[in-house]
Design a protein around this ligand. Structure first.
Ligand SMILES: [Zn+2]
Length: 70
């Protein structure tokens, strides 16, 4: 797994939107619902919520998605 780079790939630079095949679902949080998604190109983790999506840090993932395999 190659992560930790501060430079987003072209997908992430463009932002989180269709086509969503660029992102792979890693985990789901019931009380959102929100989804943890991983960029298939660079591995950046995104949180997808009903109204927005944003990049999340490893620390946020560990607290919000304790069962996620990251
Ligand atoms: Zn990316």
């Amino acid at each position: 797994m190659s992560r930790g780079s501060a430079t987003p790939c072209a997908h992430c630079e463009t932002g989180y939107h269709a086509p969503f095949g660029r992102f792979q679902r890693v985990a789901m949080r019931d009380e959102g619902p929100t989804f943890l998604m991983r960029c298939t190109m660079c591995g950046t983790l995104w949180e997808e919520a009903p109204l927005h999506a944003r990049v999340v840090t490893d620390g946020e993932v560990r607290s919000a998605y304790p069962r996620a395999q990251i």
